[in-house]
Design a protein around this ligand. Structure first.
Ligand code: AMP
Length: 609
């Protein structure tokens, strides 16, 4: 198997997709990318949804856009509004590190005026449903004369939906020497006609549904103290606003307890276990199937009767006693060509089981870092912004009320209105996470240290004494809450200071300890370093820098312990109520909305024009 680099994908795109978790190309990408980047042949690819086709055409097309020319250079046609938004969102994600690249989704059911405005501002890639594009062509608001790439995605669906004539018309408007790529799950005669008429000696690629089942599942474990398991579950659920998954528990009692807690905390959850009557179980399963429930807390046995293909996540609230069951649990996601994630929330003693499971599934687990409150808020916020962008506005139904709404809000600027909408939805969440303790993930090393208290005590006393030494003359000794456990060495530490502190700062002595470190900076720079570095993140962990106790340069209450070491939890740790105040619209949405928008909440704001 080749890497993305070997396929010729540029570094700035690789950086973006790596951040999205794309490690290796999927088969369709391996086949299509080199062709689009190199040869001039047209391509017909027989591929199902979920095989990674968006990146297959998206990456090479993005790479070949000339951002200096503000005209449409690529046209992607697809059958539905949902797919259109999904593709445009994916392209925006892939092009996160390409400056000045503009992608515009063009689809019916939303304001044509704003699409025209964006077209006038200039876009390089248009992702369109055929009907709306024809409308724009007829209004002479779109110029396809510079289009070099045309992609027909889900071509068979477009034909089924009666778009044959529209496609004909659109293709007659693009230059003859463009490169054309057609994706279809099937190859009916009509497709053959199109290919014959518009493609020149196309190369045919067939991608089977090879990536079904466990190959499509990513396995992640989060290691937490046993007492933090529920808090970790909530954070994970909060971090994936569009999560649709099963939380597996070991016993009926635990299942009911966790479901009750989630419901109490405002999550859209319910329980499924053998203590319920058949009628109750059928009812819960039906609610889950139609996405009225986002999190189904279930025992292994009870969940067997449930056949759902579109789970985004399976969460193991602790690992099953019988390790084989893990395979069945995780196999419930990543089905029907979709990708999914199987998460295990484990405590230190279960680490060995993770290794045993890895042998059985022949795949490695990633170790996840429990998302920080800040990361969750950001993710939720962008999910909201995304929903605002994509919501279908029913113009007719609200047209009567709108004038009085406009009048009432007339005194507010657009920016103020946005701030208020966001505040309405987010104040509670932000309030909760602002003061919530971060959850400590006990690393292996820490786990070992727990059984060697002498070493840990020594570090603690080191820490409170600033590492048993004072700073050099004229320098302040600073404490930072990351150490060897976080893969920090003197070079990375210096790199962090350089990255986060705007001006150049001399760095004196550095002492890297197991769970934290000390470093010295000139006294005059100490406060600047502290304020520039604090609240930044390293590998998902919030950095905290303060003057080391006894380290010169004055004291700043330097002996607070890292969150997870502290057994005293604030009241707030019982959780933010995830109630209708800020959740309802995403939680109770219809299945089509859910599946169509799953990727929309990626936390990155699409760079739509
Ligand atoms: P698509 O067929 O384009 O809808 O892609 C199906 C799913 O696979 C999407 O969730 C993509 O984000 C994901 N995906 C695409 N390419 C890769 C890759 N190389 N590695 C991991 N996931 C991928």
């Amino acid at each position: 198997m080749k890497t993305f680099e070997e396929l010729g994908v540029a570094a700035n795109i690789r950086k973006a997709i790596e951040e999205m978790g794309y490690e290796n190309p999927m088969p369709v990408q391996e086949e299509v990318i080199p062709y689009l980047l190199g040869e001039t042949t047209d391509i017909i690819a027989l591929a199902q949804t979920g095989t990674g086709k968006t990146a297959a055409f998206g990456l090479p097309v993005l790479q070949q856009i000339n951002v200096k020319e503000n005209v449409p250079q690529a046209l992607i046609l697809c059958p539905t509004r949902e797919l259109c938004l999904q593709i445009a969102g994916d392209l925006a994600d892939y092009s996160k590190y390409i400056d000045n690249l503009r992608v515009l989704p063009v689809y019916g059911g939303s304001s044509i005026e704003s699409q025209i405005k964006s077209l006038k501002r200039g876009v390089q890639i248009i992702v369109a449903t055929p009907g709306r594009l024809i409308d724009l062509i007829n209004r002479r608001t779109v110029d396809l004369n510079n289009v070099k790439y045309v992609v027909l995605d889900e071509a068979d669906e477009m034909l089924n939906m009666g778009f044959t004539e529209s496609i004909d018309e659109i293709l007659s408007k693009v230059p003859a020497e463009r490169k054309m790529l057609l994706f279809s799950a099937t190859m009916p005669k009509e497709i053959a006609k199109i290919t014959k008429k518009y493609m020149q000696s196309p190369k045919e690629i067939t991608i089977g549904r090879k990536n079904e089942g466990s190959n499509n599942v990513k396995h992640v474990y989060y290691m937490v103290h046993a007492k933090d398991k529920y808090l970790a579950l909530k954070r994970i659920a909060d971090f994936y606003p569009n999560i649709y998954g099963i939380v597996f528990c070991r016993t009926r009692r635990e299942t009911q307890e966790i479901a009750d807690k989630l419901i109490q905390d405002g999550y859209n959850a319910d329980s499924l276990h053998g203590d319920l009557s058949q009628a109750q179980r059928d009812y819960v399963m039906q609610k889950f199937r139609i996405h009225n429930i986002q999190l189904l807390v279930a025992t292994d046995v009870a969940a067997r009767g449930l056949d759902v293909d579109s789970l985004t996540h399976v969460i193991n609230y602790g690992l099953p006693d019988d390790i084989e069951s893990y395979t069945h649990r995780s196999g419930r996601t990543g089905r029907a060509g979709k990708t999914g994630t199987s998460i295990a929330i484990v405590h230190v003693k279960e680490k060995g089981k993770i290794r045993e499971i890895e042998k059985i599934i022949n795949k490695k687990f990633e170790q996840g870092v429990i998302p920080t409150g800040e990361a969750i808020c950001e993710k939720q916020l962008f999910s909201l912004v995304d929903r605002i962008e994509k919501v279908k506005v029913n113009e007719d139904e609200i047209s009567n009320i709108l004038p009085s709404v406009y009048r009432k809000l007339d005194w507010l600027e657009k920016e103020d209105i946005i701030k208020r909408v966001v505040a309405l939805e987010f104040n509670r969440l932000i309030d909760y996470y602002r003061d919530a303790q971060e959850i400590e993930s006990p690393s292996d090393r820490y786990a070992r240290e727990e059984s060697y208290p002498r070493r840990k005590d020594r570090e603690r006393s080191d820490r409170s004494s600033g590492g048993s030494r004072g700073a050099e003359r004229g320098y302040s000794r600073l404490f930072i809450n990351i150490g060897r456990t976080d893969n920090v060495n003197p070079a990375t530490l210096m790199g962090l200071v350089n990255d986060f502190v705007p001006e150049k700062v001399n760095i004196g002595r550095i002492d890297i300890m197991q769970n934290f470190s000390f470093f010295e900076v000139p006294e005059k720079d100490a406060q600047k370093v502290i304020s520039s570095m604090s609240r930044q993140e390293q590998n998902g962990r919030r950095i905290s820098v303060e003057v080391a106790q006894g380290g010169g340069g004055g004291e700043r209450g330097g002996n607070r312990e890292r969150g997870g070491f502290n057994s005293q939890r604030s009241d707030r740790d019982r959780g933010p109520k995830r109630n209708s105040d800020y959740k309802s619209s995403s939680r109770s949405s219809k299945p089509s909305e859910k599946s169509g928008h799953r990727k929309g909440g990626s936390g990155r704001r699409p760079k739509f024009s």
